[in-house]
Design a protein around this ligand. Structure first.
Ligand code: ADP
Ligand code: AMP
Length: 217
């Protein structure tokens, strides 16, 4: 299956992607995680991306599209993938369509995680991620690690993302509404969008998403 997850920052895309990718046996491809891995490795791409991320802006399409395509070219993505945080504007959505068309493949679904803005703000304020792997996500209240400050999965140190501080969050929400939301209509025109109410327990949301994909219990 080839799936795109959309929703505002803090909606729970990364959290859901981890479960869905495992259940569906496809790789979870998060452009945010790829940028953060580049930043922690100090690559030129990471250096370039960081200034945009810290300001709450999108990293330019030229950089982002190439990085996403390179990742989709890897062997584990040949049978499908779950995209999280990509595409994030109309230019990226069009580039993805062109890429998929060139390969003779297409998307199966776009899952739109719907969460009220006040809940998103709470989720972001308490988010703590692992220094070793930013796909390991916790929450100070809703999803506490067994030992405070330590990742349950790999023992890495948990920290608050630089872009999860209040000012940047406001900017990221603005960017979501102005640049990312239009892709939902773009995909609605292709009849790919399924809206998933994403309030409630993580497992409940996963169940809703699996049912929407025709893989419910
Ligand atoms: P996104 O990838 O959309 O930015 P995350 O998956 O990182 O969002 O989730 C944001 C925060 O909300 C994390 O701290 C996560 O633990 C928490 N979270 C995710 N899903 C839920 C949920 N259903 N209920 C409560 N908290 C959640
Ligand atoms: P995320 O981890 O998805 O919340 O993304 C964190 C930040 O990485 C975003 O605020 C952007 O600065 C950058 N980013 C992630 N994905 C993209 C993308 N598809 N296009 C542009 N910037 C992105």
């Amino acid at each position: 299956m080839r799936i795109v997850l959309v929703g505002p920052p803090g909606a729970g895309k990364g959290t859901q992607a981890a479960y869905l990718a495992r259940n569906l046996e496809i790789p979870h491809i998060s452009t945010g995680d790829l940028f953060r891995a580049n930043i922690s490795q100090g690559t030129p791409l990471g250096v370039e991306a960081k200034s945009y991320m810290d300001a709450g802006n999108l990293v330019p399409d030229s950089v982002t599209i190439r990085m996403a395509e390179d990742r989709m070219e890897q062997a584990d993505a040949a049978g499908g993938f779950l995209l999280d945080g990509f595409p994030r504007n109309l230019g990226q959505a069009e580039a993805l369509d062109t890429y998929l068309k060139g390969k003779g493949i297409s998307l199966d679904a776009v899952l739109d995680l719907e969460v009220p803005e006040d809940e998103v703000v709470k989720r972001i304020a308490g988010r703590r991620i692992c220094r070793k792997n930013s796909a390991h996500v916790f929450h100070a209240e809703y999803s506490k690690p067994k030992t405070e400050g330590v990742c349950d999965v790999c023992g890495g140190e948990l920290y608050q993302r630089d872009d999860d501080h209040e000012d940047t969050v406001r900017k990221r929400l603005e960017v979501y509404h102005s640049e990312t939301e239009p892709i939902i209509d773009y995909y609605k025109a292709q009849e790919l969008v399924v809206t998933i109410p994403a309030l409630g327990k993580v497992e409940e949301v996963t169940q809703r998403a699996m049912s929407a994909l025709g893989r419910g219990e």
